[in-house]
Design a protein around this ligand. Structure first.
Ligand code: ZN
Length: 162
């Protein structure tokens, strides 16, 4: 199977438009189109972004393109952990309260792995697709530090130093 075909079918399965995927991943609409048409080989970084947005295991697409998968453990969220998170959050988006299956719930990390935090239940949060995208924009506009306040106020998650 080719990478473009694989990503397109994963996207269709999730019912996400190319434009929506572009919003979530910050990869341009035209570049995503080229990736799906096999006209552009995605970088490892972009492939991980796409896989995260589509909530698919990134190992397979990385292998398809011959990228090393050795460091990717943190990217793959254990399904059991995800299940525990959904149970804890009562299948509700933790920002707006919308409930599945009315909305599609996604997994977001409160503090990204890139910022030194681990993938664990305390650092995971169920968000609907709209809040997931909105929060991402918020972080970009306001910076991550303000997002800490955002999550404390809105999600009422106490931080360790609180
Ligand atoms: Zn929401």
């Amino acid at each position: 199977m080719k990478i473009g075909e694989f990503l397109r079918s994963a996207r269709k399965d999730k019912n996400i438009t190319l434009r929506k995927l572009s919003e979530i991943t910050d990869i341009s609409f035209s570049q995503l189109g080229k990736i799906e048409r096999e006209e552009h080989k995605p970088s490892k970084e972009n492939l991980i972004k796409i896989a995260n947005a589509l909530e698919i295991n990134v190992a397979f697409p990385l292998q398809l393109l011959g990228y090393d998968t050795g460091e990717m453990k943190t990217n793959i969220i254990d399904p059991l952990l995800r299940y525990k998170m959904f149970v804890r959050d009562e299948l509700k988006c933790r920002i707006c309260g919308a409930k599945a299956p009315t909305v599609t719930l996604m997994t977001d990390l409160i503090v990204p792995v890139d910022d030194g935090e681990e993938v664990n239940l305390e650092n995971m949060v169920s968000l609907c697709e709209e809040c997931f995208t909105g929060r991402k924009r918020f972080i970009e506009i306001e910076g991550l530090e303000k997002d800490f306040l955002f999550k404390k106020n809105k999600l009422r998650i106490s931080l360790k130093n609180n």
